[in-house]
Ligand binder design. Structure first.
Ligand SMILES: [Zn+2]
Length: 373
């Protein structure tokens, strides 16, 4: 049996399962103008008569491929510009960028057909980007104030205009179809988004006010351990429970009910022996569970439907710093790897060109329908 035939059979099966919901939705939507639609639909065992439930898109024009790869970019710190009188370490230059670079990058990504999506949508295989566009995810590690911070202005707390979030929100205002998003991996033990570590400058707002502001704008917050701990150093489960679990417990104490769904490994390294405690556990009665674990990688992330997709080893690309390097994000923009993920615009359907069906593990589709073309 060839793959197309198999896909058609699976689609037919999915249609049978989904037919009732689809019919109900259609009848509800049509009822005002079409009174005959209120008649009870007769259940049928014949899938051939059921209309296709997926929205019509021009496949040749939009060329969706949801088995493709998604760039998940990792940022650390930003400055207005470098001080020509100062000497900087290579590490600083690798992990730091200017806010004007970020502004320029957003414009280029927009023109290249990228649209912002969230880590949670990726983890849930619920990418909602418009048909024909490529999802991209921004992540920010370490909770530096140059990523996001508040300042006091005339007695009120306002967004610091000199931070990455202000750049993202300005761009979103001008280009609402680009989307707004980003996941901030924080260490609750070192007061995220507060003290500029290089200068010691302290910014405004309580921890609760800062995190709530970020969440209210639609950003996500993730786990980066309590004190930016190097997990390979852990020799017992208690240490990992403390570092990962206490970070979640501190988040609950700060923002009631806010659950981290993913963790970014500090220094990109983990513990093999105690990895199950990185994934989840219970710390002083507080349960934590990481649906995804992101690494400090060097290439785009494979699709959640890929047979090799491992939610506990999600690759990221380092955002290009002042010191550019091979396999950083600018390098990948110049050397894209096929296939890139191109959305079909419908989070309920996974659309894949027939030639890429080997990149689809059908057991990972869940309730989603597969469309092959
Ligand atoms: Zn870090």
């Amino acid at each position: 049996m060839n793959m197309r035939r198999l896909a058609i059979i699976l689609l037919a099966l999915a249609l049978v399962v989904g037919a009732e919901a689809v019919l109900l939705t259609r009848f509800a939507g049509d009822s005002a103008s079409a009174p005959q639609a209120t008649a009870t639909p007769v259940p049928t065992a014949e899938p051939t008569a059921t209309p296709t439930p997926t929205p019509e898109i021009d496949l040749e024009k939009t060329k969706p491929n949801e088995a493709g790869e998604v760039p998940i970019v990792m940022f650390h710190a930003f400055v207005d510009e470098l001080d020509p009188n100062e000497t900087y370490s290579n590490d600083f230059l690798r992990y730091t960028q200017s806010l004007s670079y970020l502004r320029d990058l957003l414009g280029r990504l927009y023109e290249m057909g990228y649209r912002m999506t969230s880590m949670n949508d990726f983890l849930n295989n619920e990418i909602k980007v418009e048909a024909g566009y490529k999802p991209i995810i921004f992540t920010f590690d370490d909770g530096t104030p140059s990523q996001f911070s508040l300042i006091e202005q005339d007695g009120a707390l306002v967004l610091n205009p000199d931070c990455a979030v202000a750049v993202l929100m300005d761009f979103y205002e001008e280009h609402p179809d680009f989307g707004l998003g980003g996941t901030f991996y924080v260490n609750m033990g070192v007061s995220p988004f507060y003290e500029e570590r290089s200068s010691g400058q302290q910014l405004a707002g309580t921890l609760q006010e800062r995190l709530q502001y970020l969440i209210d704008q639609g950003f996500e917050v993730g786990n980066h351990t309590y004190s930016h701990y190097s997990l390979p150093d852990a020799t017992d489960a208690e240490t990992v429970l403390y570092q990962v679990g206490k970070n979640q417990a501190a988040m609950y104490e700060t923002i009631d009910g806010y659950t981290f769904t993913s963790l970014s490994l500090p220094f990109g390294s983990t513990t093999a022996d105690l990895f199950e405690y990185v994934k989840g556990g219970v710390y002083e009665g507080v349960e934590y569970k990481n649906q995804g674990i992101v690494e400090v990688g060097w290439d785009p992330a494979i699709s959640p439907v890929n047979p090799d997709y491992d939610p506990y080893s999600i690759h990221r690309i380092r955002g290009t710093g002042f010191l550019a390097e091979d396999c950083d994000f600018e390098w990948w923009l110049e050397n894209p790897r096929e296939p890139e993920y191109v959305s079909d615009g419908d989070p309920n359907t996974i659309t894949v060109p027939e030639a890429y069906m080997s990149l689809v593990d059908q057991s990972k589709l869940g309730s989603k329908q597969l469309r092959v073309y």
